[in-house]
Design a protein around this ligand. Structure first.
Ligand code: NAD
Length: 468
């Protein structure tokens, strides 16, 4: 008997199937997790469809109150959710606690937004009003790097806008999401929120489902392409938040000591498993050696261990597949660059890889050209600003980037020429629910958070009448 259940039609129910979920720090089985059959996914969609008319007709103020109640439930159970998150995801407990509190903050902020009617024209000819109507059933598909935070990027806006929801977490990190579902199930009318879990086998059925009107997907670009193709059959609305290969650009005027900690954090947070992490660091030749040395000093003092141990700064990779993938990037690093910190998997149970810095490496190596999604950073030398802008943009990705300089105006000029949805100056990974977020090029379609993100969960309806 599992401690976890699926949430379908207002009830916590066992899965028709089960699957083991591992602790990535020990490789021990944490729980036998319920796994939905295709029929259970269909039941979840049917429940969401049945709940939709009443939920859509509920005044937004009432829906808001329930979203805020969910934030309260998250806060009240923060310690438990954080512990589950660390055990299944691997991140240090302090970071997991930060993720849970961030989740509650997203619920509170996004739940506070509004969808007012806008008068487009009020003239002697006509009165035209623009309304934002709910879409219907939304499907949310979540990756394993920030299971709860990424859920909070979607859920409050989906429900506030009057839609109902079916959530599918990643197969390796479903437990915190299922526990969250249990904590909030009584807050919402039955069927408004449904949570299932799969073994990477229900995504296709979900994205093709004729009764789902929109898919909000966060994950890799390769899977995002599949989602887009499946959704095309029913012309579903889609928001895709996909992979990245963010460039950090360090100009010649920085103080290396001052910028190194922020760069390290931007690259290695969550053991590099962040869509928006710095994944290629371009450093001007005049400060190249100093930046490399500063980063090495930080890497050598970084405690990599089980996330449940106090003092751990970086946990393991989240799953075996990602661990094997990052090990292949290590091989590439040894072949194509000089490894100046780390460079190996750790000789212990769990999916641990040392924080690795690689200098004297260039484009043409896998580590620079592809998304590593792990704690391995290539540091690339450049000498000319025009050249570094061209190289930063020479990728199909366009999620984020950062420019580091002691002259903000100078950095701003370069930032404006980077093809990315977000460009930071003298920081990386600063996100908040009031700041719209989305990827350029193959890093995504659409926007999340803020008014822009909320609008994406609605259908624009125009009512065009004779003059009043
Ligand atoms: P993934 O694409 O393998 O999986 C993401 C989700 O998609 C999982 O829930 C998975 O079960 C599901 N899925 C698998 N096959 C599917 C299919 N055919 N149809 C629909 N869904 C399917 O990604 P991942 O490995 O879990 O996450 C890492 C990737 O996600 C990285 O590329 C990272 O950059 C990206 N990411 C992007 C953002 C962002 O906001 N842009 C945030 C986090 C992660």
């Amino acid at each position: 008997m599992s401690d976890y259940n699926l949430l379908i039609d207002g009830k916590m129910v066992p899965g028709d199937l089960t699957m083991p979920v591992l602790n990535p720090a020990t490789e021990d089985v944490l729980a036998q997790c319920p796994r939905a059959s295709k029929q259970q996914l269909d039941q979840a969609v049917a429940a969401a469809k049945a709940a939709f008319p009443a939920w859509a007709a509920t005044p937004i103020e009432e829906r808001r109150k329930l979203v805020i109640k969910m934030a309260e439930a998250i806060e009240a159970n923060g310690n438990e959710l954080a512990r589950i998150l660390t055990s299944e995801q691997g991140k240090p407990l302090a970071d997991a606690t930060g993720e849970v509190m961030g989740m509650a903050a997203f619920f509170r902020y996004l739940g506070s937004l509004d969808l007012p009617m806008r008068v487009v024209e009020n003239s002697g000819d006509r009165r035209v009003e623009a309304y934002r109507r709910p879409l219907g059933v939304v499907g949310a598909i979540i990756p394993w790097n920030y299971p709860l935070l990424i859920l909070s990027f979607k859920l409050p806006s989906v429900l506030l806008a009057g839609n109902t929801l079916v959530v599918k977490p990643a197969p390796t990190t479903p437990l915190s999401t299922l526990r969250f579902a249990e904590l909030v199930q009584d807050i919402l009318p039955k069927g408004v929120l449904n949570v299932i879990a799969d073994a990477n086998d229900l995504g296709d059925h979900m994205t093709k489902h004729p009764d789902i009107r929109k898919i909000s997907f966060t994950g890799s670009t390769a899977t995002g392409q599949k989602v887009m193709a499946s959704a095309a059959q029913t012309l579903k609305r889609i928001t895709l938040e996909l992979g990245g290969n963010d460039a950090g650009i360090v100009l010649d005027d920085v103080d290396p000591k001052k910028v190194a900690p922020g760069i390290f954090e931007g690259a290695f947070q969550n053991s590099g498993q962040v869509c928006l992490a710095i994944k290629r660091l371009y450093v001007h030749e005049s400060v190249y050696d100093e930046i490399c040395n500063e980063l090495v000093a930080i890497a050598k003092n970084t405690v990599v261990d089980d996330g449940s141990k106090q003092g751990t700064k970086l946990g393991p990779l989240q799953n075996k597949m990602q661990y094997e993938k990052v090990k292949a990037f290590l091989e590439d690093a040894h072949k194509n660059g000089n490894v100046i910190a780390g460079g190996s998997a750790m000789d212990r149970p769990g999916y641990f890889i040392e924080p690795t810095l690689v200098r004297d490496i260039k484009e043409g190596s896998r580590l620079v050209d592809e998304e590593q999604f792990g704690p391995v950073l290539p540091i690339i030398k450049y000498s000319d600003n025009e050249d570094v802008i061209r190289r930063a943009n020479a990728t199909n990705y366009g999620l984020g980037a950062s420019v580091w300089s002691s002259d903000t105006a100078r950095a701003h000029k370069i930032a404006s020429r980077i093809e990315a949805g977000t460009v930071w100056i003298n920081k990386h990974l600063d996100m908040a629910p009031n700041i719209p977020f989305g990827g350029a090029k193959q890093s995504g379609i659409g926007t999340e958070f803020a008014e822009e993100g909320l609008a994406e969960f609605t259908q624009l309806q125009i009512i065009n009448a004779p003059p009043a």
